[in-house]
Design a protein around this ligand. Structure first.
Ligand SMILES: NC(=O)c1ccc[n+]([C@@H]2O[C@H](COP(=O)([O-])OP(=O)(O)OC[C@H]3O[C@@H](n4cnc5c(N)ncnc54)[C@H](OP(=O)(O)O)[C@@H]3O)[C@@H](O)[C@H]2O)c1
Length: 280
């Protein structure tokens, strides 16, 4: 039996769709902190809140392989993930597949330490583990192209940094493939797209496909953070994202491993496809 945490989140929903596509819906349990939001998944759901350790072990009863999708509350994730790992050990789960961050062991990105510590806790747990070190989602850059078209510019702090981002769909398919095939215990996969791009190349592709002039404006990270705050992001998140972009300028989101395409058994989404999808 497989189980997927964060089942009502964007990545979790896509993983469950991929498992159902494989005909494995009957062997899959959705784990969600609010099961009332999971009716449309079409598979059984068990309540699962990382902040309520008492809910965790019973929900994992009978589960052999668990996909632990990292929580979304930055700063709280280490105790949350540790509670899940401890409950999995007690429940007799054999293997945890964890969604980590690209190059989590060496990354300068401020989000990396929580992923690094979770990886260490998994290594110490005695369970089989696999680390899916997901890159930045392509959607982080393509999700707001309406504003880019309106302003004639994409803004960021990633400079000329090469970005091997990956779309959620490809990362979810890779997670479902790893969960349901053998030979992944003890493995770490750096998961970014086959082809890297710069934000200037993204702007050029948006121009090409939309027929409207869009340029890339590179900004100092503090200025970029202010813009993100201006469109409604809380200040700490705005700082975190601007800082990540600045680290990407130095290569933090570049990866040439090709592991994502190998796990998919096909090429990853191209920049052209990502922009076409985003422009609808
Ligand atoms: N690679 C990237 O660019 C990137 C960007 C953003 C986030 N991430 C990481 O990747 C994860 C998945 O991405 P996503 O796009 O699917 O994010 P998302 O849509 O925000 O989903 C996060 C999921 O985590 C669940 N969750 C949060 N706190 C929880 C708790 N205390 N107990 C149980 N479940 C909890 C949420 O539950 P609810 O459905 O109840 O809200 C949701 O299902 C994120 O959580 C974050 O760790 C990566």
């Amino acid at each position: 039996m497989y189980a997927v945490t964060g089942a009502t989140g964007q990545l979790g929903r896509l993983v469950i769709a991929a498992l159902k596509e494989k005909g494995l819906g009957v062997q899959t349990i959705a784990l969600a902190r609010d099961p009332s939001r999971s009716a449309d998944l079409g598979i059984p759901t068990r309540p699962f809140d990382y902040d309520k350790p008492e809910t965790l072990q019973p929900a994992l009863d009978g589960v052999e392989k668990l996909l632990l999708i990292s929580g979304s509350e930055v700063g709280k994730r280490m105790p949350q993930h540790k509670a899940v790992i401890d409950a999995a050990v007690r429940a007799g789960v054999k293997h945890i597949v964890y969604t980590s961050l690209l190059h989590a062991d060496t990354s300068e990105i401020a989000l990396a330490p929580e992923h690094r510590e979770t990886e260490d806790a998994l290594k110490a747990s005695g369970l089989d583990y696999t680390f899916l070190r997901n890159s930045w989602y392509t959607e982080n850059y393509t999700g707001n192209l309406g504003a880019a078209l309106a302003n004639g510019a994409i803004v960021g702090s990633a400079g000329e940094g090469r970005l091997n981002t990956a779309n959620r769909g490809d990362l979810a398919q890779a997670a479902a493939n790893v969960l349901t095939s053998d030979g992944h215990a003890g493995k770490t996969y750096e998961l970014g797209n086959d082809e890297a791009y710069t934000l200037a190349e993204l702007a050029a592709e948006v121009s090409r496909q939309s027929g409207k002039a869009v340029v890339y404006n590179n900004l100092p990270k503090d200025e970029y953070a202010k813009i993100l705050e201006g469109i409604g992001l809380p200040a700490p998140l705005a700082d975190l994202l601007a800082d990540s972009d600045a680290k990407a300028a130095r290569g933090a989101l570049a990866d040439q491993s090709g592991a994502l395409g190998e796990l998919l058994g096909r090429p990853t989404q191209t920049l052209q496809q990502a922009v076409a999808e985003a422009l609808g």
